[in-house]
Design a protein around this ligand. Structure first.
Ligand code: PLP
Length: 334
C-alpha cells in the first residue's frame, strides 16, 4: 500500500471548486475551559451538512471514464455525500437501504437526487443489493472510509486547519471507520510533524478503538449512541484506514453518552452551534478531562444531520431513549 501526502494534495486540486473550504472559528468557551486557544473546523457548513462530501467527491472524480453510475449502502452522511458528488458529476447514484430505515433518511437521500433501492430488513441485505448492482449493472461502489481516494478527500481538512493555524499542537478527530482520522493525521503531520492527533470515539461499540487496542481489525457489537454517525464496523479485511490510523494517530480516547450529551449542550448554549453527537466527541474529551491541552488545539465539527426531536430533548434537559437504555436528562450548567 502506498498512500502519501501527494494523494491528499491531488484531492485538494480536484475537489477545490466543489467542496467548500469551511470556516475555522475560535471557541472562547472551550478556550476558557482548556486554558489554550481552541478552534472549531465547521464541516457542518458543507452543502450536505457534513464533511463526507470531500471523500465521496474525490472518489467519484477519480472513477474511470464510462462507469455508468455509483452505488453505496449508507443511509447517513456517506450516502448524502455520494448522492451529492454523483449529481455534481452528472452520474447516476443508487443508495441501497433496508426497509427499516426511517422515512426522513430516505427522503433526505432522494432530495439530493439519488435513487433509493429498498432491499430486505438489514444492513447486510442492503449490502447484498450493492454487490448485485456492481455485478449486474457495472455500477462502482463508493466505500465510506476504507478507500485511498476517500481518505485523501477527508485529509484535505487537515491541510486547511494546519495552513490556517500552524500553531495547532493537538487535533481531536471523531473516529469511526478512520477515513477521516487517517487522512487528517497524515495531512497535518506533513505540515507539522510534531502535531498530536487524537481519535475520539464513544465508549461502547467503537470498532476502530477496539481494533487499535487489539492490534488487528476486530468486530464489536453495535450499540445505539448519541454519536450514531460513529457506529458500524471497520471490516475484518480492512485494507487502508486501520493501518493508517495505527501509524499516524498519537492516541485514541473514548467518551460516555453523558459526556456527549454535555458537549452537545455546551456547543449549543456557549457557541450557538447545532451539531451531531459524533461532532462533539472532541469537545467531550476535553470537557471530561480525558485529554489535557498544553497549547492551541482544534477539533472537527463533522456534521449536523441529526434527529431534531432528539436534539431538542437534549438541550431541554430531557431524558433520551437509546435502544435499551436511557440517557438521563440534565439541564445545562447544573
Ligand atoms: C462518518 C462520520 C464520522 C467518522 O468518520 P470515519 O472516517 O468513519 O472515521 C464522524 N462524524 C460524522 C458526522 C460522520 O458522518
Amino acid at each position: 500500500m502506498s498512500f502519501s501526502i501527494s494523494d491528499i494534495l491531488a484531492a485538494r486540486r480536484l475537489i477545490r471548486d466543489k467542496a467548500d473550504a469551511t470556516p475555522l472559528v475560535p471557541s472562547p468557551y472551550m478556550a476558557s475551559v482548556a486554558g489554550q486557544d481552541f478552534l472549531l473546523k465547521l464541516e457542518i457548513a458543507q452543502p450536505i451538512g457534513a464533511f463526507k462530501l470531500r471523500g465521496a467527491l474525490n472518489a467519484v472524480m477519480n472513477l474511470p471514464r464510462g462507469v455508468p453510475g455509483v452505488v453505496c449502502a449508507s443511509t447517513g452522511n456517506h450516502g448524502r455525500g455520494v448522492a451529492w458528488a454523483a449529481k455534481a458529476q452528472g452520474l447516476r447514484a443508487v443508495v441501497c437501504m433496508s426497509a427499516l430505515v426511517p422515512q426522513v433518511k430516505v427522503a433526505a437521500i432522494r432530495a439530493l437526487g439519488a435513487e433509493v433501492r429498498i432491499a430486505g430488513q438489514s444492513q447486510d441485505a442492503a449490502q447484498a443489493e450493492v454487490d448485485r448492482l456492481v455485478a449486474a449493472e457495472g455500477l462502482a461502489e463508493i466505500p465510506p472510509f476504507d478507500n485511498p481516494f476517500v481518505i485523501a478527500g477527508q485529509g484535505t481538512i487537515g491541510l486547511e486547519i494546519l495552513e490556517a493555524r500552524p500553531d495547532v499542537e493537538t487535533l481531536l478527530v471523531p473516529l469511526s471507520g478512520g477515513g477521516l482520522a487517517a487522512g487528517v493525521a497524515l495531512a497535518a503531520k506533513s505540515c507539522n510533524p510534531s502535531v498530536k492527533v487524537i481519535g475520539v470515539s464513544m465508549d461502547r461499540g467503537a470498532a476502530m478503538y477496539a481494533s487499535l487496542a487489539a492490534g488487528r481489525p476486530v468486530e464489536v457489537d453495535e450499540v445505539a449512541s448519541l454519536a450514531d454517525s460513529l457506529g458500524g464496523g471497520i471490516g475484518l479485511h480492512n485494507a487502508y484506514s486501520f493501518r493508517l490510523c495505527q501509524r499516524y494517530l498519537d492516541g485514541a480516547v473514548r467518551v460516555t453518552e453523558e459526556e456527549i450529551r454535555d458537549a452537545m449542550q455546551a456547543l449549543y448554549y456557549e457557541d450557538r452551534i447545532v451539531a451531531e453527537g459524533a461532532s462533539v466527541v472532541g469537545l467531550a474529551a476535553v470537557l471530561s478531562g480525558k485529554v489535557n491541552l498544553t497549547a492551541c488545539a482544534a477539533t472537527i465539527i463533522t456534521g449536523r444531520n441529526l434527529d431534531m426531536a432528539q436534539f431538542t430533548r437534549i438541550v431541554a434537559g430531557q431524558d433520551v431513549r437509546l435502544g435499551d437504555r436511557v440517557v438521563q436528562g440534565k439541564m445545562y450548567g447544573t
